[in-house]
Structure formats: C-alpha cells, structure tokens
Design a protein around this ligand. Structure first.
Ligand code: S3P
Length: 435
C-alpha cells in the first residue's frame, strides 16, 4: 500500500484528456464477447477494473487482441456461447462487472459459472441482481444468500416486468442483458433515470428497445450484432477530480478535452454550477419523448476557480452524480453555508461505505460534516486544514484525498493512494502536469 503526501500549491493550468470511460469500457467488452462478429474498440480504458473485464471475457471463451494500449479487437462467442471456465471468474474490484456479467451468464442453458473478487467485492451485495434473474428462471447461489462468491446456473429465461427498488444502472443493465437472451419483451421500470450507456450500445446494435416514461423494454434476440468499430469517450467521473481541484485552487483555469457529456452522467457539473462554479461546456439535454440516443456526446469542459455557495442535492439528482458525490462533500467544505446530499443511501454499498468515507475522511482534515441515513450534511468552514486520509482501498476516496491536499492549507497524506489505478492509473502524474 503506497502513502503519498500531496502539498498545497499554485493554480492548475492547462489541458487534460481524462482516461477513457470505465462504465462504457466494461459494457463494450461484455457486449463484444456476446456478439457474433468481431468488434474493433478504440480508447478502451487501460486500468485495473476494465482489465478484469477483459480477463473475464477471455475466461468465457472470447478472444481479445490488444494491438496497443486501449486498441482492441474482441472476437465474441455469441449470445449463447459462453464457455464455463475451469474455476471461478475473478472480477477483482469491479462492481460493474460483477453485476452486469450475470445477466449474460443467466441465459447460458445447462452451464454454471462462479464469480468472486477482492475483499471489497466480497462485501458488496449481489441479491439485487440475483432476485430478478431468479424470476427470469436462472438458479443462483450466493454466500449468506447475498454476497460473493456466487454461482449462476444458466437456464432458458422467461421475460419479466421488473420494478427496480433503487435507481441502479448496474441492476438495470444486468436485466437488459438477460432480456436479450429471453424470448419476448423484458421490461424494467426505473424510479429515476440512471446512466444509459447499455441502452445506447444496444440501440447501436439494432436491438429492439422501447422507452415509455420510466418503462424500458428490451426484446430478446437470436444474435447480437454490434457495429464493427466502437470508440470510448473520456470519463467525466475521472475528470471530475481535476475539475474539483480547478474550482478550489485559486487562480486555476482548466480545459478538459473531448469529455463524455451524456446527460445521465453530468449531474456533478449541474450541481457545481448551482454552487457558483464557472463551468463552460456543451452539455447534452435529456431527450424528449421515448427516444433512446445511440451515440455518446462529447464536449470540451472549461473550468475556472471561484467562490462557492452551499446547495441541496435532491434524490432525483443522485443517480446522475453518484460517483461524484464525495467531491460535492469536499466542495461543500469550501462553500459558504450548508451543502446537503439526500437520497444517496446507495453510497453505503460502493467500493467502500462512501458516506462514512467522505464524512470521516474530510472531518479528519478539518471539515465539519455529519452523516445522515441517506447522505450527509456539510457545514462550510472556508477551507480545510489538511492531515491524513486512508483510501480504504477505494479508488475514488484516494483521489478525493489528493484533491483535498491540493486545496488544503497544510497538505494531505493519502494512505493507499495506489487504489487510484482501479480507474485512473495516471492520476497523480496528470495533476502534477497541471501545476
Ligand atoms: C455504474 C453504475 C453506478 C456507479 C458505478 C458504475 C455502471 O452504480 O456507481 O461506479 O457502470 O453502471 P449503480 O448503478 O449500482 O448505482
């Protein structure tokens, strides 16, 4: 475990190209493995989480050629062609892999697959995907009924109508993937919109999809036909750390190049704008009616430092900013007044309990935060002293600590900084380049 000290310093200036989108990379690797024809992928995320997905699809029989970092050709095994590997599939730290892959595997009639992962994965519940998959006909056994390692016994699936108990793109995507292998239309009802990358990729593959308000329907198919080439845009969730640093460190001016701005991912930018931050970008608007966009929009994002005021993040905004809420907590420490995050109980089952991580972590640096059952309250204290924060093996907490260090008065020591490699291996180098 590496400990790194991040000192406060001068403004961040210059341009950043963020790493490729993690969510989209996972989905392209999985759909590529499920497809009947090879797909060429540009800009696949080269990080620990998405390498786990490539290992998983290889273990299931797909062939992945890596021509250069991020440049792949995936030769899939087809929608019903997953081969059971000799032992458990190791998902590493990747919650998205753990929750999406069972959707595909559930339709592999007569074959069984066991999924396991690291210490953090073993604490993350899988009952939320096991329940709908069981209703579709799959048999699933999990440790203590809800934790990994868990085994999926593939069956002939029947379509279901499923109302998601929480707005989760992972659970929604799992059911959509299972729906591809079922006969007829499977529907998912979302309490609030969540990231829609799976839908966009399925739309590009010509799958029959239907959206009517909160209802999303997918019709099963014999084979999946992806376009021959797919390109992954840069990840706004990764860029968000440098964006937050540029907002906080006086005199900063940052240009993030060609970043993904799918409207289901830009909640953080809307929240910081409301807090008074200067953010110029060509953000996608939510589509009207039942349209499902097929492309992933990109835009430059220009950010400048400035004063902030507190805000209230309402439950419907939470899925649109789920991985950036810890950064909202950090910004709240520097804002005038109170910042409140509500309806974010999902944060308790991320790579760590992120409500505890943000509240305890930032309080340890001089913040004034209070945990609530479904979020947190931050009282602005005009800045942070600094000190020590532990990542707890969570990549986003590690990067939060580093940004806090840049903006603090005395610097921050981040224990377990190496966790950042899960989504953003070059994070500290990129920050150093901008200073
Ligand atoms: C993800 C969805 C979110 C997010 C995670 C990635 C995805 O999880 O927190 O980092 O790629 O679908 P939930 O959908 O479970 O909230």
């Amino acid at each position: 475990m590496s400990t790194v000290r991040v000192e406060p310093g001068g403004p961040l200036k210059g341009e950043l190209t963020a790493p490729s989108d993690k969510s989209i990379s996972h989905r392209i690797a999985l759909l590529g493995a499920m497809a009947g024809e090879p797909v060429r992928v540009h800009n696949y995320l080269d990080a620990a989480d998405t390498r786990s997905t490539l290992s998983a699809v290889r273990a299931l029989g797909a062939r992945v050629e890596e021509h250069a970092p991020g440049e792949l050709v995936i030769h899939g095994v087809g929608l019903r062609g997953a081969r059971p590997p000799g032992g458990p599939i190791d998902v590493g730290n990747a919650g998205t892999l753990m929750r999406l892959l069972p959707g595909w595997l559930a339709a592999q009639e007569g074959r069984s697959f066991t999924l396991d992962g690291d210490e953090s994965i073993r604490r993350r519940p899988v009952d939320r995907v096991a329940e709908p998959l069981r209703r579709m006909g799959a048999r699933i056994e999990a440790r203590e009924g809800r934790l990994p390692p868990f085994t999926i016994h593939g069956e002939r699936l029947r379509p279901i109508a499923y109302e998601l108990p929480v707005a989760s793109a992972q659970v929604k995507s799992c059911i959509l993937l299972a729906g591809l292998g079922a006969e007829g239309e499977t529907t998912v009802i979302e309490p609030e919109p969540s990231r829609d990358h799976t839908e966009r990729l399925l739309a590009r593959a010509g799958v029959l999809l239907r959206r009517a308000g909160p209802v999303l329907g997918v019709t099963g198919t014999g084979e999946l036909r992806l376009p021959g080439e797919l390109t992954v845009p840069a990840d706004l969730s990764s860029a968000a750390f440098a964006i937050a640093a540029a907002i906080l460190v006086p005199g900063s001016r940052l240009l993030v190049r060609d970043c993904g701005v799918n409207w289901t991912r830009t909640g953080f930018l809307q929240i910081v704008r409301r807090m008074g931050a200067s953010v110029v970008a060509d953000l996608e608007l939510p589509p009207t009616g039942g349209a499902i966009p097929a492309d992933e929009p990109v835009s430059d994002v220009e950010v400048a430092a400035g004063p902030l005021c507190g805000t209230v993040v309402e439950p419907h905004e939470v899925p649109l900013a789920i991985d950036e809420l810890a950064l909202v907590g950090l910004l709240g420490c520097f804002a005038d007044g109170e910042t409140v995050v509500r309806g974010a109980q999902e944060l308790r089952v991320k790579e760590s309990d992120r409500i505890a991580a943000v509240v305890d972590g930032l309080n340890g640096l001089g913040g004034d935060l209070e945990a609530t059952a479904d979020g947190f309250v931050v009282r602005g204290v005009g800045g942070l002293r600094g000190g020590r924060i532990a990542s707890g093996g969570d990549h986003r907490t590690a990067m939060l600590g580093a940004v806090a260090g840049l903006a603090s008065r005395e610097g921050v020591e981040v224990a377990g900084m190496d966790a950042a490699a899960v989504s953003y291996p070059g994070f500290l180098d990129d920050l150093a380049r901008l200073r």
